[in-house]
Design a protein around this ligand. Sequence first.
Ligand code: PDD
Length: 281
Amino acid sequence: MLKYAYLNSKYVKFKNAKVHIEDRGLQFADSIYEVVSFYNQQLIDFEFHIKRLKYSLKELKIKYVVNKDKLKKIFNKLIILNKLKNGIVYLQITRGVQPRDHCYKNNIIPNLIIYTINKKFNFPDKNFKGEKAITYRDLRWKRRDIKTVSLLANVLAKREAVRKNAYEAILIDKDKITEATASNVWIVKNNKLITHPANTDILKGITRESVKKIIKINKLQLDEKSFTIKQLYNADEVFITSSTNLVTPIIKIDTKIINKGKIGDISLQLATLYANCFINE
Ligand code: PDD
């Protein structure tokens, strides 16, 4: 089946979608991205992803002017062209192409890359899955609030997780849990939720923000503060959130079994409430 991508101002065949070898995204990870999920061809939390996209561009002074309505049309058209029902839209904006130089020129033109990937989500139904995780040193730079493609530390951590038959790697920075390679991490202890505060040490996940709203509406208790590996191991429940994982329970971390290896009540409740936001639309 023919697959399409969107490159700069054109829909192109996926196999012909190419960028230049001196693209700064390729040479310096001088580039930002977003991952927006869609279910039944409906984009999830689109507006919030656009807001964060603008934030990442502004922080890196990448001169791309976001046209929200235009991007929405492109996203929706790609979903239809690629005949997908559920999946993700991947958007990346690189600073552009110039002769290799650490210092970027002011007048280069950013490259816009958009394409779709088919995906089956982990929904809280009869197949709802609790996953295994490992812990791994957080080797990333100090501006994790910007969604850049500078993901080598995440790649190495995730590879180690998969090598150990785990699904995610939970990252540890000076004995504190920050987040995971591609998701935010939450624990539940004595019915109280804890997650790392949204500062420059983590990415402020869009799913994290949606789950926070659900927590507030349902009058659950939440503390946004950092927690240790010991607290992680001793938690009653652990789960991760992201656009691709929605709310996914973690039932084993390293050799430590969480909640007797079962999906916890609060994890299930939040996964259900979050899924209901778009399943029933
Ligand atoms: N990753 N933390 C990190 C390091 C992430 O890469 C992600 C998302 C999140 C969760 O953010 P959100 O809820 O906005 O998806 C947290 C995407 C899905 C990825 O890199 O594929």
